[in-house]
Write a protein of this length. Sequence first.
Lengths: 285, 289
Amino acid sequence: MVSDPIRTVDQLDVPLAPTRARAALPLPNLRPLLAWIMPPLIALLLLAIGVEIWARATDVSIWVMPRPTAVIEAFVSDFGLYFQEGLLTTGVSLAGLAVGTATATIIAAGVAHSQLLERAVLPIAIMVKVTPVVALIPLFIIWLGHSVEPKIAIAALITYFPVLVNAIAGFRDVDPRMHDFFRSVDASTWEIFRHLRLPAAVPFLFASLKISVTLSLIGAVVAEFFLSGQGGLGALIWIEQNNLRLERVFAAVLMLTLIGVTLSTAVVAAERVFSWRLDQPVAAS
Amino acid sequence: MPLPSHVAPTVIKHPIEPEAEPAVQLCGVSLTYETTAGARLEAVRPTTLKIRAGEFVALVGPSGCGKTSLMRVIAGLQPPSSGEAFVFGQTPKQAQRYKRLGLVFQEPALLAWRSVEDNIRLGLELNPRENHSRNNVEQLIEMVGLLGFQRYRPAELSGGMQQRVALARALAIDPPLLLLDEPFAALDEMTREHMRYELLRLWGVSHNPQDPPRSAVFVTHSVAEAVAIADRVLVMSVRPGRIIADVPIATTRPRRPEHEHSDRFINDCAIVRAALRSPTTPAVPLDAA
């Protein structure tokens, strides 16, 4: 039955691209990495020096504009505090992201399968989206108490919409011929979802996660403003602002920036590992 | 006679003798679409057709004549507006359930996130059936000339190789009926001419030598392709499509590329082309070689 593999045709059909090593990501070459990181770092440094010179020259009040050197001093000397509060904020942000993403993905799976559900759910989802959800924080505090729950709820609510929209698009972005093949062997709705729709949606989910991860941080910080007794960088900023210790406000903001960069980078890294497509679709928000 | 739809086959694999049941039977199948403007568009006129088990039938016709729609009816992907379709005496839905259909499309339609091997296994993984007949996947990979490419992703293969994966995927479930919808239309001419003989070689691949010979329905634009591979060429008219000629191709099997230079081949092509140009159809440019 078995004949020889056809060598003649292998010459006609040369593979277009060499195999990508998928499992083992090569260690990044430091040189191009530095070429990316150095210019913005130098620009930032120059900006800080400029502010420092301006602040010293005009003798602007430290109640208005702290000197960059004072900010760095505050950041370094009290790094433990900013790190600890930062962990708290990161935790709230990630918990909210997880809840928001999971909820949105589940709703999207339903919506992608049912036009009726789409008509019922999508307008409500858009209503929530156009409402500034931070306006709900006082309510959430009443409902969920003075603890971590209202913060997570706000972070989740602020993240869910981009995930919902992209997940619906992803679950539906299925080649009709592939769908035909699944139907031709009488695959169940679950099999079509598990083996066709879900993998097809992965690049869309990552595209929305890139947006959501920073949104969840915003939600967490704003909620912390309201719950300044419960810790977190937002609460710290609120307290230090009342104390007029602006260098400490700036140091907390600096920590938030570092968290934002870290989380976004983590999403991109996860995408490289878990997503099958390299040309990512543009996320809708 | 076709079984009534409520009668389940007693044996899962090939319950019906090839002599007793045709591979495909269309009884007055027609297709009418409702356009958005509310007008009725007749795509396929009532068509009655019988394809014997083991027969390789090519369906040629101008663009938009309903060849693909007719094939989708046989595959159970589209319900006919009227009439009935049977595959080995069963409804197309039953044929799907017992995995008796092997589909290949113009585009490979492979899962980009799966390797070549996992794409070929797809049909076996879905709707798993205990007694289902299956071809040996390793053997299939070798037969379609993809040995060494098992771990590749579809995007890393050329168009011809991707279409071989699609062919292997269709054959993995060892279906008694292959449905091929212009499978080589997107390939370059050289690959395309080679692939038709590859297809004929693979057509008979079955894990079980006692199986009845496999049937195939092959939709194409190319007269030469149709005459080269088929036992019978069915010619369809422009929309509303109907079968206007049924041309038997007597050339013996196995077919070889040399046959395409024979007088008989050229003569058969001429008959099919004449049917395509017959008064019921306006002269349609065909991309036939």
